[in-house]
Design a protein around this ligand. Structure first.
Ligand SMILES: [Zn+2]
Ligand SMILES: [Zn+2]
Length: 405
């Protein structure tokens, strides 16, 4: 099991300003106990952590109140004030941009951290080659459906236990969206997890012939941190060599090819053990989001335009260590037939069915002459006798598996 420590951010904790301002400075309304017009569905409620902070008013004066967030509604928040046993409703429109960013990211980071700690042992056991089934990881996804760790696990579990790249893609796509949404608010929130997501997503895309996005994602992943991890460059090189043997439709588009070439040439952080040639590597490296009590300070630094987080990962060896990790899995499915054990029907039919054009009488002209149109009807494919598949794959003898494992 690898150590998944966060970089040193303890320095951030000690400099949080503790300004207790008069609560009357910000126009607040006494809570009525129930928020009549903005009911939040029970399922969307996240149990918020107990964190006291300063809330700043939007505008030049920037007056503050100090208190604990107890509830987030669509248009306002409930803040419990210390020393007074009362909750106040504060309109979101009165809060500063930083406060709004905090409100937006806090529930995500909170549930991500929970999901991370719940799945930590699974990530650990995958490093030693034990892959969970899709069913086993589903429960984590159900508890926090929008957190990326469960989605990433489902993607890896799917791709490693069945050659259903399309299903795996859907998990990675959702994880990618989840991480991107958070990173837009606070960049470099979980850099190792992001690299892992992009890399693994790229592999399943490439296996389905989606070279354009696959290369773009690998390239973006290679730009995070001081140097890209070796597996990213290794995977890019495999795409390059496989690309030559693909039919044009499934090749990397010509516009994207120079990006791929440049990527394959990039200097990289060498993996701890030698990567096997010709086999793509999934990444199993994830980092947890930062602790909730430093979130405020990270946001403040980001709002001040300081790229501290990037700096942290440049100076701190943690990210590099994660990326160097030998703990990557190689794909188990035959790359010639994409794990299907058979080739596609050479007629390129749609699961044994082809569409044939027929001429139909559409209407009659002014003198009664026929006006014809073309319609397509389904017909059984003669090449594969409606089976939708061609010959048995000769590379894997029809097993669909690679013998690289
Ligand atoms: Zn095969
Ligand atoms: Zn066919």
């Amino acid at each position: 099991m690898i150590q998944l420590h966060r970089p040193t951010i303890s320095y951030l904790i000690c400099c949080t300003p503790f300004i207790l301002c008069a609560i009357t400075l910000l126009s607040v309304h006494a809570a009525t106990g129930q928020d009549q017009d903005e009911k939040t569905p029970q399922s969307d409620r996240v149990l918020l952590p107990e964190i006291q902070r300063d809330w700043t008013e939007a505008g030049e004066q920037g007056r503050k109140i100090h208190g604990t967030l107890t509830r987030i509604n669509p248009h306002n928040v409930l803040i419990r004030l210390p020393n007074v046993d009362k909750e106040k409703i504060v309109k979101k429109s009165q809060l500063s941009k930083l406060d709004l960013a905090y409100l937006e990211i806090l529930p995500s980071v909170h549930s991500d951290s929970e999901q991370y700690s719940q799945t930590e042992s699974i990530w650990g056991s995958m490093h030693s080659g034990t892959f969970p089934s899709v069913d086993q990881v589903r429960e984590y996804q159900v508890r926090f459906p929008k957190s990326p760790y469960g989605l990433l696990l489902s993607g890896i579990a799917t791709a490693c236990t069945s050659p259903d790249y399309e299903l795996a893609e859907s998990y990675f796509e959702k994880a990618h969206k989840a991480i991107s949404t958070r990173e837009k608010i606070l960049p470099d929130l979980m850099p190792a997890t992001l690299v892992t997501c992009w890399n693994n997503y790229a592999i399943v895309l490439w296996r389905q012939g989606k070279g354009n996005l696959a290369v773009r994602l690998l390239n973006e992943a290679s730009s995070i941190g001081p140097k890209p991890a070796e597996f990213l460059i290794h995977n890019a090189k495999i795409i390059m060599s496989e690309n030559e043997n693909r039919v044009e439709k499934y090749q990397v588009p010509k516009k994207m090819y120079p990006v791929l070439e440049e990527l394959a040439q990039k200097p990289y952080e060498r993996a701890a053990t030698q990567l096997r040639s010709g086999v793509m590597y999934f990444s199993l490296n994830v980092d947890s989001p930062p602790p909730l009590n430093v979130l405020d300070e990270l946001l403040r630094l980001h709002f001040d335009g300081e790229e501290t987080v990037t700096e942290r990962y440049t100076l701190d060896p943690v990210f590099a260590n994660l990326m160097q990790s030998k703990n990557c899995a190689y794909e188990p499915w035959c790359t010639t037939c994409d794990g299907k054990g058979v080739f596609r029907c050479p007629n390129r039919c749609n699961r044994g069915v082809i569409a044939v054009p027929i001429q139909t009488l559409e209407a009659r002209g002014i003198r009664g002459e026929p006006v014809y149109g073309t319609r397509f009807v389904d017909k059984r494919c003669d090449v594969c006798n409606g089976k939708g598949v061609g010959d048995k794959c000769n590379k894997c003898s029809g097993t669909g598996r690679t013998n690289a494992r």
